[in-house]
Design a protein around this ligand. Structure first.
Ligand SMILES: [Zn+2]
Ligand SMILES: [Zn+2]
Length: 331
C-alpha cells in the first residue's frame, strides 16, 4: 500500500498560505483552533494521516487534478458562500428512502441532524418529500444492471425552479439510481455549483446492489402513457442498514462540500477525497482534514469547538435513542 506523501512545508503552506493577509487571518484564530489545524503538518499526527492508495483505479491515480490549497479556495471569486438571508440547506427527498414512510422519515431526520452538525451554523430544512412523478422526469431501465433510473439533469431543472428564496442550496436525495444522458451507464449524483442545486442517489450504496440477487432488476418497462409513473409505486428499495446510512452521510456532506467550492482533497485522508468506486468511498474518513476544515470554516464562520461539540451531541443523541432504522446492524 502506498501513501500520498507531502512535506511538512507543503502541508503548512496549503493550510496557512504565504499571503501575508491570510497568514494574519490564521494567526487571529484562537490558539486551540490553531493547535488542531496545525496537526495537518505535524509528522505522525494521531489525528490526521496521509491519503492511502490501494489500486491503480483509485481516484487520484486515474483522475489527475490540480490540488486546491486554502489560498486558492479563498481567492476563488466564483465560489458560493452563504450570505445573510441565504443560510439554509434544503433537502428534497424524491421517492421514499426506506421501505415504509416512517423509515424514510427517520432516515431523513438522521441526514438533516448530521448535516446541521457538520455545517454548523447553517439551518438545514427538509422539504416535503415528493414522489418521482412530481418531477415529471424521464426514466428508464438500465440495459445492463436492469434497475430503474431517473434523469439527473431533469431533476436539477425541477429543483432549480423550486429553490426557496432563503436557500444556500437545495439538494435532492433519492434511492432511485440516476443517469445523466442516454449513452451513460449511471451517475451517483450531479450538481450545478453556480445554481446551488444537486441531486444524489444512494441506490448503489445498498449492500445488495451489485449482488446477483438484487431485487431491483426489472425485465420490461410497461407504461400506459408518458405520465404513468406507477412503476415507482412498489419498486424495490434496499434495507436502511447502518452501512447505507453511513455512506449516505458521507456522500451528502462531500457533495454539499463541492457546492461550497471545496474541490477534491489531495492533501490528507479526508472526506473530500475523490472516489472512483465504492471501496474507495468507504475508505474515506467521515470528516474533513484541517486544510478542508479551514476552507469550510472560512465559508460558514463557525468556531471549530462549537462544530465538534455539535457533532458529538449528534452522536450521543443518536446512540442513546433506541435503534429504529438500524435494527439488524450495530452503529
Ligand atoms: Zn467529489
Ligand atoms: Zn481535505
Amino acid at each position: 500500500m502506498q501513501t500520498v506523501g507531502h512535506s511538512e512545508h507543503t502541508l503548512k503552506t496549503a493550510l496557512i498560505s504565504k499571503k501575508p493577509e491570510l497568514v494574519k487571518q490564521y494567526e487571529q484564530l484562537d490558539p486551540g483552533e490553531q493547535r488542531l489545524l496545525n496537526e495537518a503538518f505535524r509528522p505522525r499526527s494521531d489525528l490526521f494521516g496521509p491519503i492511502t492508495l490501494h489500486s491503480p483505479s483509485d481516484w487520484i491515480i486515474s483522475h489527475p487534478e490540480a490540488p486546491q490549497d486554502f489560498e486558492q479556495f479563498f481567492s476563488n471569486l466564483h465560489r458560493k458562500s452563504p450570505s445573510p438571508g441565504k443560510q439554509t440547506i434544503y433537502i428534497q427527498c424524491i421517492g421514499l428512502l426506506g421501505n415504509t414512510r416512517s423509515i424514510s422519515e427517520e432516515y431523513l431526520k438522521w441526514l438533516k441532524g448530521y448535516c446541521e452538525a457538520f455545517f454548523y451554523g447553517l439551518t438545514v430544512k427538509l422539504l416535503e418529500p415528493i414522489p418521482v412523478s412530481a418531477t415529471r422526469c424521464s426514466f428508464r431501465i438500465n440495459d445492463s444492471t436492469l434497475n430503474l433510473q431517473i434523469h439527473a439533469g431533469q431533476i436539477l431543472t425541477f429543483l432549480k425552479k423550486k429553490k426557496p428564496e432563503d436557500a444556500f442550496c437545495v439538494v435532492g436525495v433519492t434511492m432511485i439510481d440516476l443517469y445523466p444522458r442516454e449513452s451513460w451507464n449511471f451517475v451517483f449524483g450531479q450538481a450545478s455549483l453556480t445554481e446551488g442545486v444537486g441531486i444524489f442517489s444512494f441506490a448503489r450504496y445498498g449492500t445488495d446492489f451489485y449482488s446477483s440477487h438484487y431485487k431491483g432488476k426489472l425485465k420490461k418497462l410497461e407504461r400506459k402513457s408518458s405520465s404513468d409513473y406507477s412503476v415507482f409505486n412498489d419498486y424495490y428499495l434496499p434495507e436502511a442498514t447502518s452501512v447505507l446510512l453511513l455512506r449516505s452521510c458521507k456522500t451528502l456532506t462531500h457533495e454539499i462540500g463541492h457546492i461550497f467550492g471545496l474541490q477534491h482533497c489531495q492533501w490528507l485522508a479526508c472526506l473530500m477525497q475523490g472516489s472512483n468506486h465504492l471501496e474507495e468511498a468507504d475508505r474515506r474518513p467521515l470528516d474533513l482534514c484541517p486544510i478542508c476544515l479551514r476552507k469550510l470554516q472560512s465559508a460558514v464562520g463557525f468556531r471549530l469547538r462549537d462544530r465538534y461539540k455539535a457533532l458529538v451531541r449528534w452522536i450521543d443523541a443518536e446512540s442513546t435513542d433506541t435503534p429504529r432504522v438500524t435494527p439488524k446492524h450495530s452503529r
